[in-house]
Design a protein. Structure first.
Lengths: 141, 147
């Protein structure tokens, strides 16, 4: 009995949240980001197209705006999700929409490409829980 | 010579009045990019939708960004959905009622429920203070049928 209590205390200590250095911005658990257009599997002629970014149960705000339940869109092209506890990279594979844009005109070379959306907070970091879309595949010809 | 002076005076008055003598264009104080384009992504114009089911409305915006109310950020605003009504005055706060839905939390889509019949939908952007931009950014008014 006594031993069990000690064990329980140790377990509780281990389970207690560790002090974390950076805090993530909370997101509503039912928030959902998704790509409205193009649809998964779309074949696009020419390679220039608009991506329409959809967001449910959350709002869009430009970068630097620190308000509850908002974020801005990031479009990941031909890449996997970046680390969820760091600033989202800013390069050709990670497009930032820090002005609150909800659509983007992009151009891709012929071939298969993947697209995925990831919401970032005022400081370009993913939320907790992270809000990202399904990764879709499109073909440019 | 006299004709020339008259012509010059007329041209000057036209210039001073922005080409429309006596008709100042009403608009809010916040500038918007002239190429900003606001549209209803869905439903489509003249679409027939089933009664008793929530209708999803997606707000399309190009050449401009979304920001919640109270946020002053260049070339941004928040969406307002006008239901069964005409455009309000373009230099005043957009009314806040059943016919003018505000999306001040930066929402870019919504679901609405409408009684059976013919309805109109139109989007209008507004600045941090709920006043339309200059030039005002609004979508085409679409008609939908709920039955």
């Amino acid at each position: 009995m006594h031993r069990r209590t000690v064990l329980g205390t140790v377990a509780a200590a281990l389970l207690a949240p560790l002090p974390s250095i950076s805090f993530s911005t909370p997101a509503p658990p039912n928030a959902e980001v998704y790509i409205i257009w193009p649809p998964d599997g779309a074949v696009i002629d020419g390679g220039k197209f608009w991506v329409r970014m959809g967001l449910r149960n959350m709002g869009v705000a430009p970068k630097g705006v620190d308000m509850p339940n908002v974020g801005h869109h990031h479009l990941l092209i031909d890449t996997d999700l970046p680390p969820m506890d760091k600033e989202i990279p800013n390069d050709r594979n990670h497009l930032h929409f820090g002005a609150g844009e909800t659509e983007a005109r992009i151009e891709l070379p012929p071939g298969k490409h993947t697209l995925q959306l990831l919401l970032g907070d005022a400081n370009h970091k993913p939320h907790d829980p992270p809000v990202y879309s399904k990764k879709i595949t499109i073909t440019v010809r | 010579m006299r004709k020339l002076i008259l012509g010059a005076a007329l041209a000057a008055s036209l210039l001073l009045n922005g080409g429309m003598p006596g008709h100042a264009v009403a608009a809010g104080p916040t500038p918007a990019p002239p190429n900003a384009y606001l549209y209803i992504g869905f439903p489509n114009n003249n679409q027939v939708l089933p009664a008793g089911k929530p209708i999803k409305v997606w707000f399309g915006l190009r050449g401009m960004g979304v920001a919640p109310r109270g946020v002053t950020f260049p070339n941004s605003g928040h969406h307002h959905l006008l239901i069964d009504t005409d455009l309000p005055p373009m230099d005043k706060e957009i009314p806040n009622d059943r016919n003018h839905l505000h999306f001040g939390a930066g929402e870019t889509e919504t679901t609405i429920e409408l009684p059976p019949g013919k309805h109109t939908l139109q989007l209008l952007m507004a600045d941090d203070k709920h006043i339309p931009h200059n030039p005002p950014i609004y979508s085409r008014k679409i008609t939908i049928y709920v039955k």
